[in-house]
Design a protein around this ligand. Sequence first.
Ligand code: SF4
Length: 245
Amino acid sequence: MNKMTVFAPDYYTGFRCIAGACRHSCCVGWEIDVDPDTAERYQTMDGALGEKLRRCVSMDPFPHFILSAGERCPFLTDQNLCEIILQAGEGLLCQICADHPRFRNYWSDRVEIGLGLACEEAARLILTSPHPLRLVPLSVETEEEAEIPSEEESALLRRRDQLLASVSETGPPARLREYLIYRHLADALYDGRVTERVRLVDRAFERIITAWDGRSVSDLIEIARAFSNEVEYDDEKLEQLLTAP
Ligand code: SF4
């Protein structure tokens, strides 16, 4: 059996967190859960960083960073840099911090990774990409065995390809629609709601484009980022977009 192949949009490998230059840091306003393995590691760390990690990570009811004033991560410095990375490197980040703003979709024979619009640097890369969405294989080793896709799954992939091929906008609005298709259609793998997810893409697109009203590309990036922040991580709001008449 072959291992799964990992695919990502071609702009993916160009992503770098802009850290201190970020105007909407993802380290502000989000209560971040710490995965159990990392939480256990934090419990056994030596030195001042270990002490602070134990002080600033609550284990109740599950491990998470205790936000400071202004809902800032307690490890975010005044220069908006991550104290954990500065002192110990990225290897000590918990899973969510290491992953953000990436998302993953698991098909039977491949894993697809993407960047989410909620991050302003990712939104800039996505919406200013000079050509239509292009998935490229990454040279990443996976443990998972590839399986033969079901007929339903192959049909979903064909539907997605059709939708991507029929994008009629140009420039950043086209990139936005492609992103929404790439981000949201694959969830039908888990719930089978293909038609609703196609509608969700249309509604999300209309909402962002209406708010944008043809202004500058940087306005579109900011409106799309704010939409993603508000809706794409909120199951209730996503459900409203899925089911709205
Ligand atoms: S939102 Fe994006 S660019 Fe800003 S701090 Fe987070 S990962 Fe970095």
